[in-house]
Design a protein around this ligand. Structure first.
Ligand SMILES: [Zn+2]
Length: 486
């Protein structure tokens, strides 16, 4: 989900709303700023298990953690990533031998909010990786507890966000817990199985990805399915009707019921189109940022974090502009398939995760919210009129992508829409199913094209598509031309 899309939807509403409402909506949109990074984990190979104790205070803004990583895959060139605001007492090898480890920090390989740690081996040339590592650390973060004096300039996905009544984190970007990064294969082992005693004395509800929210100040939370450990703990209520879970639901029963029905309808739509079951209840977090402005969403599946004040936040789902927000919910739900069932890596992984989630949300909008669709589409096409990019076949590294927001959220879905025009909707859904179900070490250009080629089983057609949309310097024009024709 990103700002560009939100702006586009706002603009598309022009003809549907009075001018006054449009201006109001515009002001909503202006507040929506985005700090968006990859919202999905990478390929899961071997599962690290995390066991230990995490103590949080939402009034103090503190973390006190004693976590042990086990079942660590044997990786030669690795880093252990941990948020730069966390102060380490020690990294301790627990197996094969028990001793406190010497560590170094890499200057080049710190990412997002994390520092990259490693343990030099005896030669000093290589890296040593124990089979089990205990990490004890503490961190104290600012608490933004009002909007008069104590607030931040920005809020973003990688923020460990204490807003006075709760703490919110994603998993890999905040790196509030230590996880392994495989340098050679560009794989983050941020999805972990866990057995964690979570304590928050000043909370009423504790929630960690992979467990239901618990109405308590402490709980032993376990998962044998790996998750990115997004957190939302604090003083708030929650509802769980077996179909959808809402944390901090400050809405009426009717509104909640209505929202639950929308989620059911969208899940069924995707299930039917892809012929792959949509399992589990998505979780929606209704919360406010640490800043006065900023409103955005992100997903750490199955948790959808919806961040914003009043009608700029999840409340918008129930107001007069709710139709504008439905495509975002559809996009986020789409990440169950693109980003969760299928996890992506490589330079094109982001484009596929976001591009396919956006593409299926466009299809849902076309079929279920048809009055929205034409405006959405024409704004999307218009915004690409002067867009130049290296074609997909030439993206070897993320630095080849000039404007990530446009490339992943607009260019990619428009390329997919053009391909749909060439091969038909049925083949398109078949291709998407193949993308989700085909096993691959890297989700690179070879993966993208081989799944299409196998789906079509028509090399002439495939070659035409590859030449027109994947390798051509004029791919944008080609797609726009195809979509503007009948
Ligand atoms: Zn997304």
């Amino acid at each position: 989900m990103e700002a560009e899309t939100i702006k586009k939807s706002g603009a598309s509403s022009k003809s549907l709303m009075s001018r006054r409402n449009f201006l109001k909506m515009k002001s909503v949109i202006i507040f929506i700023t985005l700090f968006l990074f990859l919202s999905f984990p990478t390929i899961v190979l071997s599962q690290v298990h995390l066991i230990g104790k995490v103590k949080i205070s939402i009034t103090e803004g503190t973390f006190e953690c004693d976590l042990t990583m086990s079942n660590i895959p044997r990786i030669q060139d690795y880093f252990i990533l941990l948020n730069a605001g966390m102060n380490v007492l020690h990294f301790r090898s627990k197996s094969p031998n028990d001793f406190v480890l010497g560590y170094n920090k890499s200057n080049q390989n710190s990412t997002y909010e994390a520092l990259a740690y490693f343990f030099p081996d005896n030669t000093g040339q290589g890296k040593f990786l124990p089979q089990e590592i205990q990490v004890r650390y503490v961190g104290k973060f600012p608490v933004a507890n009002d909007t008069i004096q104590n607030f931040s300039r920005h809020d973003w996905k990688g923020n460990i966000a204490f807003n006075g009544y709760s703490v919110r984190t994603d998993g890999f970007q905040t790196a509030w817990y230590p996880y392994l990064y495989d340098v050679e294969n560009d794989i983050r082992h941020d999805r972990v199985t866990y057995d964690i005693e979570l304590i928050c004395e000043d909370c009423s509800t504790i929630y960690i990805n992979g467990n239901n929210p618990v109405n308590s100040t402490s709980a032993n939370l376990k998962s044998q399915i790996p998750y990115e450990l997004a957190l939302f703990c604090g003083k708030f209520d929650f509802m769980d009707n077996g179909n959808v879970v809402i944390l901090n639901p400050q809405f009426s029963e009717d509104e909640i019921q209505q929202f639950s029905e929308i989620v059911t309808e969208y899940k069924k739509y995707y299930e039917h189109k892809l012929n792959i079951p949509y399992n589990g209840s998505p979780v929606f977090v209704n919360t406010t940022p640490t800043s006065i402005r900023n409103a955005w969403l992100f997903v750490s599946f199955p948790t959808n974090m919806i961040i914003g004040w009043g009608e700029y936040g999840m409340r918008a789902m129930f107001g007069e502009h709710q139709n504008l927000y439905k495509p975002f919910i559809a996009h986020e739900l789409g990440h169950y398939y693109f980003g969760t069932l299928k996890v992506f890596n490589s330079a094109l992984g982001d484009m596929m995760g976001e591009g396919f989630a956006e593409y299926i949300s466009l299809k849902l909008t076309e079929d279920l919210l048809s009055e929205q669709y034409n405006n959405m589409l024409s704004n999307m096409l218009k915004s690409l009129e002067n867009y130049k990019t290296k074609p997909i076949s030439q993206i070897a590294s993320i630095t080849d992508i000039e404007n990530r927001n446009i490339f992943a959220y607009r260019y990619a879905p428009v390329i997919f829409l053009a391909i749909e025009k060439e091969i038909g909707k049925d083949n398109m859904w078949k291709w998407l199913k193949a993308i989700i179900e085909t096993k691959s070490e890297f989700t690179d250009y070879e993966f993208l094209t081989s799944t299409l080629k196998n789906t079509l089983n028509d090399s002439e057609k495939f070659n035409f598509i590859e030449n027109t949309y994947f390798t051509s310097e004029n791919s944008t024009e080609n797609a726009l031309k195809r979509l503007n024709s009948n």
